[in-house]
Design a protein around this ligand. Structure first.
Ligand code: PLP
Length: 409
């Protein structure tokens, strides 16, 4: 029997993929399932981007590229950051990677080790906590508060910093909550970080173009952070390119060689054709991406009040991304049992808030990257199902008891 390293037992997972597998299995059995579990746009990649990828292959771009990405792509990235945030960044500081996740993996590996502490948003993208544990570092949750629209409190975050803190992870607009951190809170955090010059910051801005009110404040607009800020961004969400596996990080000049060495040790470089498609995405027409955001805004306007109207649900209005994260404690069900029951019995896939950290308990995540008709049907199914439970209180008690059990590993 092969003997695994102890670290393997520390690695977590992303439950959205497990929900997707179960939803797909149920569909294969002939069940009608509305999948609001997985977080990806329900639109195809815009045609001009697909065409650029196809042309790149036809033109013979089938070999390795430089490990940090082809120069025209890195130039397109910095031009795009200039357009969006007014910042001037050298393409030398950009590392193109296979998906946004890779920047997060590299940053956490770079700073995490036993004895180190890394502060991360909770509820938050589950891979942060998983990879922090894998690195041997101690994950320190940064509470996001439902009462603050799932923002953090800067003073509270600054209070979590100890001499062992190496990295703070930020994510706005956030997954799973859709919460947006107000600029005033970011200002306070950045001002406070002046007292902690040894702490690096990774800002995950993968949903930065999916904002429904106001404008996105990128951490790249704070020059005082330039020497210690890692920006995580990519094409997956903005351009409906989750399966292309294309993302980028902007690194401080001193850290980029370390990140590049991690790339050379793991994936060498990103798929060449995907990189050409990435250029077309950032330099081509912006209407397809804008149309997608307009659709998400329309769906948000439907789903938030519709969820809020369900018995036992309370739903904060998400400022960005494409997730609603209602509080479901009023239903009397625990998050994980309710996730299972809604999938198995009502045919609606969602993800339990506990999949996003302990502070997600009492919530479910619904991705509203689905058609308006599908969203309406999902809400109707949940409403019918909840109504039935009211007539069968014994089921409710059973599920509540199950919720008291420790979560499955
Ligand atoms: N960061 C956040 C907050 C996400 O929600 C996701 C994907 O769901 C990612 C990063 C990873 O994106 P990618 O699919 O490009 O690796």
């Amino acid at each position: 029997m092969p003997i695994l390293s102890g670290r393997m037992s520390l690695l977590g997972t992303e439950s959205a993929f497990e929900v997707l597998a179960r939803a797909t299995a149920l569909q294969r059995e002939g069940r009608s399932i509305i999948n609001l579990g997985i977080g990806q746009p329900d639109f195809p990649t815009p045609g001009h981007i697909v065409e650029a990828g196809r042309k790149a292959l036809a033109d013979g771009h089938h070999g390795y590229t430089p490990a940090n990405g082809i120069l025209p792509l890195r130039e397109a990235v910095v031009a795009d950051l200039h357009r969006r945030h007014g910042v001037t960044i050298s393409p030398d500081r950009v590392l193109v990677v296979p998906g946004g996740k890779v920047t997060m993996f590299f940053a956490i590996q770079m700073f995490g080790e036993p004895g180190a502490e890394i502060i991360y948003p909770n509820p938050g993208f589950p891979i942060y906590e998983s990879v922090i544990r894998f690195s041997g570092a101690t994950p320190v949750p940064m509470p996001l508060h439902e009462s603050k629209g799932f923002s953090f409190d800067a003073e509270e975050v600054l209070g979590l910093i100890t001499p062992r803190t190496r990295l703070i992870i930020l994510n706005s607009p956030g997954n799973p909550t859709g919460g947006v951190v107000p600029k005033s809170e970011l200002d306070r955090l950045v001002a406070g970080l002046e007292r902690h010059p040894q702490v690096a910051v990774m800002s995950d801005e993968i949903y930065g173009e999916m904002l429904y009110e106001g404008t996105h404040t990128s951490l790249t607009t704070y020059p005082e952070l330039e020497d210690r800020l890692i920006l995580l961004d990519g094409w997956s969400k903005t351009y409906a390119m989750t399966g292309w596996r294309l993302g980028f990080g902007v690194w401080p000049a001193s850290l980029l060689p370390h990140a590049e060495r991690l790339a050379i040790n793991s994936h060498s470089c990103v798929n060449a054709a995907a990189q050409y498609a990435g250029i077309a995405a950032m330099t081509g027409p912006r209407e397809p991406a804008a149309r997608m955001v307009a659709s998400f805004a329309e769906r948000r306007a439907y789903i938030v009040p519709a969820l809020q109207a369900l018995p036992g649900f309370r739903c904060a209005t998400p400022g960005g991304a494409f997730y609603a994260f209602p509080n479901i404690t009023g239903t009397g069900f625990g998050s994980r049992p309710l996730q299972s029951l809604l999938l198995e019995e009502a045919g609606v896939a969602s993800v339990s808030g506990t999949s996003f950290g302990a502070l997600g308990d009492g919530h479910l995540r619904f991705s509203y990257a689905a058609s308006l008709d599908a969203l309406k049907e999902a809400v109707a199914r949940i409403g019918d199902w909840l109504q039935k439970q009211g007539r069968e209180p014994s089921r409710e008690t059973e599920a509540r008891d199950e919720a008291l059990l420790p979560p499955a590993a």
